[in-house]
Design a protein around this ligand. Structure first.
Ligand SMILES: Cc1cc2nc3c(=O)[nH]c(=O)nc-3n(C[C@H](O)[C@H](O)[C@H](O)COP(=O)(O)O)c2cc1C
Ligand code: SF4
Length: 426
């Protein structure tokens, strides 16, 4: 283990048999649930708020505030949902969490269900994740047999049932409302917000919806206290971050680091550098929907504030390293094709905007673009980010916008010769 790693969520990896609930219990598992059941619900929420935990699914919303919102809703039926769709290319942390420690996320969910007053939960898992689906189903049966799930949990009056639902492969179904529609048996399409799922979620009832990594942090927070969690990382970003590191690095894989570590440290020390003596050309953060930055920005730290100050986001934690053999325009063309395919078609800016992006970027790739295409891209990016109904359309042009900013010369290289003189002011 490198000095840069801090194993809280991944502490049991390789130490337990993930299919054994006894292994989980013997390493401190379900201790937090027992403790939580003896705490007032408000105190659980207070601890999560004190931890400053923010959602790890991409939007980084404060988890304690979500819990409090659902808790305050006065409906008899409330739902809990775990988002394990993980459709963003380059991300594999949720799969690793479930494959190595399925009870950790389940324990986190049960504690949250108790805190907000929910009796029914769903884990929505990406359909291709055969092993995680099977491990989760086994873990749920084991937890039921030990009365951690079901009726009258551990002698209390608290009841909670948990069910696994699988997605059918649409990227948009990771978006919270599309996922909720899918759970309800409809075609997965986002809804207008507000109201948010905390008020009107599954079957129009208040719903707490969080990512796998977010729920997995809850047992630690309850066992150790919110303040101890808040002390890990940086003032603006508490706890650890799971990094899915891939692309042109020697040591690809999942790494858990405290907030505050730089992207360069992750690539050099954990990823062990770039193979075959090549140089880094660019790094994509977050996944296909994330920004692409040049090598000279790699000293940026994994920190919500530092990222936001630079108009960047790490999304759900992917770092994709791309070396100097690759062409910027070719990469953004592939990304644009991906979003054209994944757009659900519900709103015009995204449905038509992604088609237009593909057409225009193709002109740059084939060096047939004109100067006007640069301003067309600017306008399209602006309209899509401002007017798309959900995060898919809003984030789809991010790779194009950031490469236009940091790799402008590559776009100028895509303008046909007679136009070039005008574009560069010659
Ligand atoms: C197109 C799209 C795809 C998303 N995919 C995922 C996903 O696979 N997993 C996830 O946890 N969140 C995903 N999100 C974010 C969710 O909408 C939501 O914010 C998140 O699950 C909330 O959990 P958190 O507060 O724990 O982060 C996606 C959002 C959008 C717009
Ligand atoms: S932004 Fe795209 S994915 Fe989202 S609702 Fe509109 S068309 Fe569908």
């Amino acid at each position: 283990m490198s000095g840069k790693e801090l194993k809280i969520l991944t502490n049991r990896f390789d130490k337990i048999d993930p299919a054994s609930i006894d292994d989980y219990i013997n390493t401190g598992g379900y201790k937090a649930l027992k403790k939580a059941l003896e705490m007032p619900r408000e105190e659980i929420i207070k601890q999560v708020k004190a931890s400053n935990l923010r959602g790890r699914g991409g939007a980084a919303f404060p988890t304690g505030i979500k819990l409090e919102s659902v808790y305050k809703e006065r409906e008899a039926q409330k739902y809990l949902v775990c988002n394990a769709d993980e459709g963003e290319p380059g991300n594999f942390k949720d799969r690793f969490l479930i494959e190595n420690d399925p009870h950790q996320v389940i324990e986190g969910m049960i504690i949250c269900a108790f805190a907000v007053g929910s009796s029914k939960g769903y884990i929505y898992v990406r359909g291709e994740y055969d092993k995680p689906i099977s491990l989760l189903k086994t873990a749920i049966e084991q937890a039921k047999a030990k009365n951690f799930l079901g009726g009258g949990i551990l002698g209390t009056s608290f009841n909670f049932e948990l069910e696994v639902r699988t997605g059918a492969g649409a990227y948009v179904c990771g978006e919270e409302f599309a996922l909720i529609e899918s759970i309800e048996g409809k075609s997965g399409k986002p809804r207008f917000k507000p109201p948010f799922p905390t008020m009107v979620g599954v079957f129009n009832k208040p719903t707490l919806l969080n990512n796998v990594e977010t729920y997995s942090n809850i047992p630690y927070i309850i066992n150790e206290g919110g303040e101890k969690f808040a002390a890990i990382g940086t003032p603006s970003s508490s706890g650890t971050r799971l990094i899915s590191l891939s692309g042109n690095v020697n040591n690809k894989g999942l790494f858990e680091v405290p907030f505050g570590v730089s992207i360069r440290e992750i690539i050099d020390l954990l990823g062990k550098g770039i193979p075959n003596g090549r140089k880094i050309k660019m790094v994509q953060l977050a996944g296909a929907s994330g920004p692409i930055i040049p090598e000279n920005m790699l000293d940026l730290r994994i920190d919500y504030k530092e990222m936001a100050d630079n108009n960047l986001s790490l999304g759900s934690g992917a770092i994709i390293v791309i070396d100097d053999r690759f062409d910027v325009l070719d990469i953004v063309y592939r990304i644009a094709k991906f979003f054209e395919h994944e757009s659900c078609g519900k709103c015009t800016p995204c449905r038509n905007g992604n088609k237009q992006l593909v057409k225009i970027i193709k002109k740059f790739v084939t060096k047939t673009a004109t100067e006007k295409d640069l301003s067309r891209l600017d306008i399209l990016i602006n309209v899509m980010t401002q007017a798309s109904l959900c995060g898919l359309g809003q984030a789809a042009p991010t790779a194009i916008a950031t490469t236009m900013k940091y790799f402008n010369e590559d776009y100028l290289g895509g303008i046909c010769e007679n136009e070039k003189a005008v574009a560069i002011g010659g």
